[in-house]
Design a protein around this ligand. Sequence first.
Ligand SMILES: NC(=O)c1ccc[n+]([C@@H]2O[C@H](COP(=O)([O-])OP(=O)(O)OC[C@H]3O[C@@H](n4cnc5c(N)ncnc54)[C@H](O)[C@@H]3O)[C@@H](O)[C@H]2O)c1
Length: 402
Amino acid sequence: MAGEQPVAPTAVTPLGVGVIGAGWMGQVHARSAARLRHHYPDLPVAPSVVAVADTLADHVAAFRAQHGPVRSYPDWRDLVADPAVGLVCVTAPNAFHAEMGTAVAQAGKHLWIEKPVGLRAADAAAIRDAVNAAGVHATVGFNYRNLPMVERARELIRQGAIGTPTHAYVRTLADYAAHPAGTLSWRYTISQGGHGILADLGSHGFDMIRTLLGDIDSLVADTATFISRRPHATAGASHFAMADLSDPTLRYGSVENEDYVSCLLRMTQGARVMYEAGRTSVGDQCNYGFTVHGSTGYVAWDFRRSDELALCSGDDYQGQATQVILGAPGDGEYARFQPGAGIAMSYDDTKVIELARLLAAVTGGPMLGATLDDAMRAAEANEAVLASVATGGWVQPGLTRD
Ligand SMILES: NC(=O)c1ccc[n+]([C@@H]2O[C@H](COP(=O)([O-])OP(=O)(O)OC[C@H]3O[C@@H](n4cnc5c(N)ncnc54)[C@H](O)[C@@H]3O)[C@@H](O)[C@H]2O)c1
C-alpha cells in the first residue's frame, strides 16, 4: 500500500536559547522551546535550549537533568555573551529584569522576558528602548491572553456580540501565600519583588483588562497586607516552600508589599471595571477570570475552566439565556493543539503560543504577542494603584511615572 507523500521540508534555521533563572518559569520556557515545533512546524525556526544561568548550583543541576547537558553559567552575563545563544529567556526574579533585559538587547539577542518586567514602569520602558535601538524582537510573559477562549471573548466584544461594553468584574485571586508558614521569598520584599500581588498577578490582571477593553483612563484603589511577618526562606526556596512553624529557631522577617488590591477603573471607551487581586485568598486556587457586561449581553470566563466561555447575546435584554461555548478549532491557536472541540488547553500551552508569536516576528511575520509596551502599561496601572492608595483619589496611569 502506498504511504503518504512526504511533505517538502521548509528551510529551518536553528536558534540557540539561553535561560537565565532555572526556577519555575525557567523550566516552563525551556519546555516551550522543546515543544515549539510539535505545534508550529510551519515556522522556519527550530529553537533549542543550549545554555542556562543560575546562581544556585542545585537549580542548574535539576535543569540539566531535565533539559540535557546544556552549557551552564553561574554568571548570567556569560550566557548573554555566548555566541551559540540567539534568544534569551529572562526568568530570574523581578529585581534583575531591567539589567538583564537591557543587556540581552544590547548584545543583539532576542528577548523573552517574564512579567512584570522589572520593578517599575521605567524598567520596562528602558528595556523597550534598548530592544528598539538594537532592532531585536521581544515578548513578555502575559500568557493568559493567549488562551483561545480569551481571544474568542475579545473578538466577541469587538464584534459587538454583547453590545457596547458597560461594566466588568475582573479577578486574579490566589491562595499561594495564604499559609502563614509560607516562607519570606524574594516575592515579599520591595528590593527583590517590587510590588506584591500587583507584580505577581496585578500585571496579568491589568493586561487582561486592556486586552478585553482597551486603555485605562483612571483608577481608584485600596490595598492591604494581611500576613505581615513570615519565616525566613532558605536560599533559592521556591514560591511554594513552607517552614516548620514548630521549629523554635525559626526567624521571622517583615512582608514589605501588599497581599490584596481592589480597584475601580474607568476605561477610555467608557466602561467601568471592578478589579480584585489577592494572594492570601483561602480556597481560591488560580481563581482568575472576568465577566464583561455590555448593553445587550455578557461574556464570562474562568481560567480553571479555560476552554469554556459563557455568552449571553441577543436582543431580548431581559430574561435572555446564557450559552456555554466550548473551545474548538478556529478559536485563537486552539487548532495548533487539539483537533476537536472541548479538549482543555493547559497552562504550558499558553507559553508555547507566547514563544511561537515571538518567533513569528523574529522570522519576519507580524508581532501578535504581548510587547514591552504592554508591560509598561500594566506597570503604569500598578503604579497608579499605589499612587491612588497614597492620595485616596483617582489617578491616571502613566502620569505617576518618574
Ligand atoms: N507568566 C506567569 O504566569 C509567571 C508565573 C510565575 C512567575 N513568573 C515570573 O517569572 C519570574 C521568575 O519567577 P519564578 O516563579 O520562576 O521564580 P523562582 O524563584 O522559581 O525562580 C527564579 C530563579 O532565578 C534564579 N536566580 C536568582 N537570582 C539570579 C541571578 N542573579 N542570576 C541567575 N539566576 C538567578 C533563582 O536561583 C531561581 O532558580 C518572575 O519575574 C515572576 O514574576 C511569571
